[in-house]
Design a protein around this ligand. Structure first.
Ligand SMILES: Cc1cc2nc3c(=O)[nH]c(=O)nc-3n(C[C@H](O)[C@H](O)[C@H](O)COP(=O)(O)O)c2cc1C
Length: 199
């Protein structure tokens, strides 16, 4: 091989490993479906991401699952599920901003809601549904009377920013836990699909 051809071949080979200008997010590829479904989630440490994927699995894997930080364009979707993690009784500002900004492309399409919280490891009750679903997610999405669920989530020290971890570890009896249940998330997915298909 001539020196020039050798260099050219090397450069083409290198190109295959280069990151494109806008690197692609880890996309979740849905299974085929007559209607386009999306799950939009907001998370700090991943519980709401896993909940979203399991909600989609409960629907037969037909929903594409998006992190709100990807700023997805949901205008082409027919049905949307919105889920969020909770810190200090609030959903992340990024989700609030996204829902306010994209009100028009989401309005009338939200078929289900979920929140993921710690709730001191106690089963969520009326208070948590009111605070996380009714007063935040339902208001911001304009969805009323759609299937909704508050799930218990997880604490994983290794996934937290050091200052947050320090504050959390200072709380008496606080420890790592994993209370998120795939079966419960899948059950919500099934419920949302049935409620939507029966209309
Ligand atoms: C700094 C911090 C604040 C939290 N605040 C609350 C809270 O106000 N109420 C609650 O029920 N759970 C609270 N939690 C628990 C989280 O909601 C729970 O760990 C959840 O699984 C986090 O979701 P993520 O993994 O998607 O970020 C808090 C957790 C952290 C780390």
């Amino acid at each position: 091989m001539k020196k020039r051809d050798f260099l050219k071949a090397g450069l083409i080979g290198l190109g295959a490993f280069m990151v494109p200008g806008k690197s692609a997010a880890l996309e979740f590829y849905p299974r085929p479906s007559g209607k386009k479904w999306a799950v939009l989630f907001a998370t700090w440490c991943g519980s709401s991401r896993d909940a979203g994927i399991w909600v989609s699995e409960g629907m037969g894997g037909i929903a594409n699952v998006f992190d709100v930080r990807e700023n997805p364009d949901l205008s082409g979707y027919d049905h949307i599920v919105v889920g969020s993690s909770i810190r200090s009784n609030l959903i992340p500002g990024s989700l609030k901003e996204y829902l306010e900004k994209n009100r028009r492309s989401i309005n009338g399409k939200v078929r289900g809601l979920y929140a993921v919280c710690g709730n001191m490891m106690q089963p969520p009750g009326r208070e948590q549904y009111a605070a996380f679903i009714d007063d935040q997610l339902a208001v911001l999405t304009g969805a009323s009377a759609v299937p909704s669920k508050v799930f218990l989530g997880r604490i994983t020290w290794g996934l937290m920013d050091p200052d947050v971890r320090e504050r959390m570890q200072a709380i008496p009896n606080m420890r790592e836990y994993d209370n998120l249940k795939r079966t419960e998330c899948m059950a919500l997915g099934r419920e949302i699909l049935e409620a939507t298909n029966s209309v």
